[in-house]
Ligand binder design. Sequence first.
Ligand code: DGP
Length: 136
Amino acid sequence: MACLFCAIVAGDEPAHVVLEDEHVLGFLDVRPVFKGHALLVPRVHVDTLLELPDELTVPLFSAARRTAAAMTSALGAQGTFVAMNNVVSQSVPHLHVHVVPRTKGDGLRGFFWPRTKYEEGEAAAYAERLRQVLVA
Ligand code: DGP
């Protein structure tokens, strides 16, 4: 199946481009949370963060950082929300980093992040399970 963001990278689909370099394209999200909301994508097709090669990690997140900085200097944002959906809630299966300009009192709530609590000892158990895989 054709990839929408590959088509944007190729110039076959229109987009309001905000950043372009050798590895990364940045363009406005067509359904912005706030005006200026940008998406940063690797030019090569990568489904999710898990498939992102190390050599593209710095270029992609450097582009996200530069875009976040531009939200302040160019748009007058006070801050940013930087996020990425992987598989779950990911509507376009080409890795993309959302960079959303934020201003205090803008009304954005953590509506999709209902918080939970650890039971006694549970946090240590979760941390240990992750450490077993991450700390070789
Ligand atoms: P996500 O739900 O995290 O996979 O985000 C996908 C985003 O892609 C969503 O915020 C809307 C945006 N989007 C969908 N179709 C298009 C399009 O054709 N052009 C642009 N610029 N953005 C799109």
